[in-house]
Structures are given as structure tokens and as C-alpha cells.
Design a protein around this ligand. Structure first.
Ligand SMILES: CC(C)=CCC/C(C)=C/COP(=O)(O)OP(=O)(O)O
Ligand SMILES: C=C(C)CCOP(=O)(O)OP(=O)(O)O
Length: 292
């Protein structure tokens, strides 16, 4: 059931993304090619899928919000393009393909990231089936999560931590901001779109925090145990960049135990939800057993 649900939502997101920005109409075709190159490079689409699933979990039809959901994938894609730049992680492969700057050059890659971030807010503004008050709430959720108190702030902690030993508290703070905040915004946005009660919103926020933690620990584990063809990016990149991770601060086994605890906590957060939340329950198991 989970696989079919996931596949259907991924296809919807891909179709929507495909229709949003057409190269032939663009002011600059190189920029459009660069944006599309990374957007359509085969990401897992977890964030937009989670947005729709959170709306489903509170009894709405998440698929009505697919247009808005793509905005989060645009922001996520921008962050990956910038993360791979020589000034940051200096990575050559992402999503199984050469990184954006390797194909289009650093300048265009910076601008493609900027353009995706900016366009995401145009997409929210243009979203059908959503009233203006909700759009405003969602702009606040997403901009806060992507900005200095969220993803960008976390990325700076990451930059400053390279080559240094950081403790578990700093690692968690960094990941909550760098990776967790956008997952949280995706899930909270879906809940808001689906008219969640305050109690449901609170429970889904806790689910999102635990999901983000389980996701990040798994990313750290895959960086050690994964195989390049499956994860689409080099293994051992954390070691190369002298980064502290859940694996280096403990062990492979302690990281696996922490991830499992986060999965259990995520499911526990959904205890008062009905079968509408089954996908959210199942995807956390998939998350820690994933190979990519
Ligand atoms: C504002 C910016 C640029 C934010 C980047 C956010 C982010 C989550 C990058 C990937 O993290 P990672 O380096 O831990 O993962 P990967 O191994 O996929 O590069
Ligand atoms: C936040 C991190 C660790 C970067 C990768 O995110 P995903 O694993 O969701 O990447 P894609 O599937 O979108 O490529």
C-alpha cells in the first residue's frame, strides 16, 4: 500500500514540476536548463509527498495541494545545488548525475539556486485551491524554515564545524536547522492546508521532528555503508569534508539505535490518528531501511 501511495504521489509531483517552468518560454534558456536539470534529476520528492500526506492524515485530499507542494521541492533543490558548490561541499555528483555547477559553471549554478528559491514563493502565491490567509501562513512557515533560523543558519553551523570536533548537542542543533526545519515546514504546511486542529498540528510537528532526525541519521549511515550507484552521490563525503556525524560521534550501531528510536517516537506521535495517517507511519520504516 505504501509503495503504491508513494509512487502515485511522486508521479504527481514530477508531472507538476514538469509543467511549471518551460524552457522555450524562458527569458534565458541556459538558466532554465540549469534549473530543470537539477529539478528533474530524480530526487526522492520526500518533502512534497510529506506535505500531501500530512493533509491526508487530517482527512483532507492532499493531492489538491500538489502545486503548492512543488515549492518545497524547489527550495530543497536550490539548497542541494548550493551545497554542492566548491565554496561549500565541492561535490561532483548528485542524484546520480554531475552536479549543477559541473555542467553549467559556478555562476549559473548559484543563480539557478537563487531562481528556484524565488520561484518557489511565486508558486505558493499562484497555488489553486488555497485561500489567501492559508497562503500567508505557509509563506511564514516555509520562509522561516528555509532562512537564517532554519536551513541557511544550519548550513552555516555546518560550514563552521568542518574539521572540528563538535559535540552531540551541536550536531543535533545543526541538523534540526539544516535538514529538519524544511521537513517540519512541509508537514506543517500540509496540516494547515488540511485544516488540522491545534492538537493535530502539534502531533504532526513532533512527528516531523522525529522524521527529520531519523532521516539525517540514515543519511550519515548511508555515507558510510551505502553504495554510490544507489545513493547517487559519493560515499565517504562526510569523511572527506572532515564532518562530525551520528556515526563518527558514536558508532554505526549507536547511530542505527538512535534512528530506530526516532522512528518509534515518530509513530508514537501519531497515536491519536486513524488509518488516514498509515502512510506517515509506514514511510518512517522505509526511511531507515532505504538504500538511497
Ligand atoms: C542553504 C544551503 C546551501 C543548505 C543546504 C542544506 C542541506 C540539507 C544540504 C545537504 O546536506 P548534506 O551535505 O549533509 O547532504 P549530502 O550528503 O546530500 O550533500
Ligand atoms: C538533506 C539532505 C541530507 C540532502 C539530501 O536530501 P534527500 O535525500 O531528500 O535528497 P533527494 O532525494 O531530494 O536527492
Amino acid at each position: 500500500m505504501m509503495r503504491e501511495y508513494l509512487q502515485r504521489k511522486i508521479e504527481l509531483v514530477n508531472k507538476e514540476l514538469d509543467s511549471i517552468y518551460l524552457e522555450q518560454d524562458a527569458l534565458n534558456s541556459t538558466l532554465a536548463k540549469s534549473m530543470n536539470y537539477s529539478l528533474m534529476a530524480g530526487g526522492k520528492r520526500l518533502r512534497p509527498v510529506l506535505l500531501m500526506a500530512a493533509a491526508d492524515a487530517v482527512g483532507a485530499n492532499g493531492e489538491n495541494f500538489v502545486h503548492l507542494a512543488t515549492s518545497i521541492e524547489m527550495i530543497h533543490t536550490y539548497s542541494l545545488i548550493h551545497d554542492d558548490l566548491p565554496a561549500m561541499d565541492n561535490d561532483d555528483y548528485r542524484r546520480g548525475k554531475l552536479t549543477n555547477h559541473k555542467v553549467f559553471g559556478d555562476g549559473v549554478a548559484v543563480l539557478a539556486g537563487d531562481a528556484l528559491l524565488t520561484m518557489a514563493f511565486e508558486v505558493i502565491a499562484d497555488s489553486p485551491n488555497v485561500d489567501v490567509a492559508k497562503k500567508l501562513k505557509i509563506v511564514k512557515e516555509i520562509s522561516h524554515a528555509a532562512g537564517p533560523e532554519g536551513m541557511v543558519g544550519g548550513q552555516v553551523i555546518d560550514l563552521e564545524s568542518e574539521g572540528k570536533h563538535i559535540d552531540m548537542n551541536t550536531l543535533q542543533k545543526m541538523h534540526r536547522a539544516k535538514t529538519g526545519a524544511l521537513f517540519c515546514a512541509a508537514i506543517r504546511s500540509g496540516a494547515i492546508l488540511g485544516d488540522a486542529t491545534d492538537k493535530q498540528l502539534e502531533a504532526l510537528t513532533e512527528y516531523a521532528r522525529q522524521f527529520g532526525l531519523a532521516f539525517q541519521i540514515t543519511d550519515d549511515i548511508l555515507d558510510v555503508t551505502g553504495d554510490e550507484a544507489s545513493i547517487g552521490k559519493p560515499v565517504g563525503s562526510d569523511e572527506k569534508n572532515h564532518k562530525s556525524t551520528y556515526v563518527t560521534l558514536g558508532s554505526l550501531q549507536s547511530a542505527k539505535d538512535l534512528a530506530q528510536k526516532a522512528v518509534d517516537n515518530a509513530k508514537e506521535a501519531l497515536k491519536d490518528f486513524g488509518t488516514e495517517a498509515d502512510f506517515l507511519r509506514e514511510i518512517v520504516d522505509y526511511l531507515i531501511s532505504r538504500k538511497k
